[in-house]
Design a protein around this ligand. Sequence first.
Ligand code: PLP
Length: 365
Amino acid sequence: MNTIGKHSFQIELSKNPVEAHLREELLENPLFGRVFTDHMVTIRYSGTRGWHDAKVSPRGPFSLDPSTLVLHYAQEIFEGMKAYRLPNGGATLFRPEANARRFGNSAERLAMPPLPEALFVESVRQLVRVDRDWIPSTQGSALYIRPFMIATEAVLGMKPSAEYLYCVVATPVGAYFKGNASALTVWSSDDYTRAAPGGTGAAKCGGNYAASLAALAQAAREGCDQVVFLDAAERRWIEELGGMNVFFIFDDGSIQTPPLTGTILPGITRASLITLARDIGITVFEQPYDIDQWQADAKSGRLVEAFACGTAAVVTPIGTVKGRKHNFSIGNGSGGPITERLKTALLNIQNGRAPDHYGWLDLIF
Ligand code: PLP
């Protein structure tokens, strides 16, 4: 038993965990999201009992009635975060309270009950402690953690569910982007937008991702790794990639990233990089940037680097932009020194190789 507020986690350990030698093999070269740890966390919610029945148990399938609300109306939210192995063998989370806050904001937008932030953070710590042997220690790898919440009331009705299931699973991960390319090629989508004012762009809900899959498939057909979405109103302002925020770096050394206007996800990597960049004396603008201007600046040499960032992709250079009306390379097409500097600064903190001046680490053991 482990208690947080009035909640106690009941712990049931798996009777047949993955054998140690097999686990070690899987950790050698982890495939993103295909191999999972032995356990999961679940917490239930009902209108009458509130949050209850917090458990760490062997990972396994759910049984859902075919009329369960989430299967029809997609009342679902999730988070993505990582546990990092430290040089001393311990492990840390990175700003988990920020994920907890964002999860609460997503819940509010999707008319779901907020999970207390302390309970969110403790649920993640519990899973990482139980599955501590699953945190890889090779360079660039980590344990990716996926907390999520689904509407579980069995009723076909357009209304917020009266019952919910919160769950946390984890998967050891290496690099998000495979292949030898050192930079992304992105497709500027004319046909599809990701989010509109008043919509759910700032929430991390499954529906946003389902709606972006057709654009991603189009990007793949065009030989691109990712989509860069433009704003829905003018189809002009760069918003973000399907699962990453975006930064632009200019020849005067300044950096720009689209502002948080409610249509893009407020990335925790984005916020951390803004802090790191300002602290090393880089000027950061949170201002809209026009796709035509991006092309003109890349061609004139005013724009020297661009990168995408997020928990999964960390910091990944954008080398080439394609689209019906756009086709250009950035710098030498393979990243640059400021991107590299920011990436290293962030990774060094996350992996415990640099001092944690900001109090971003949450040491688990
Ligand atoms: N934008 C979108 C749409 C995302 O899905 C993500 C990933 O979670 C991000 C940005 C980056 O957010 P974070 O840095 O918190 O991982």
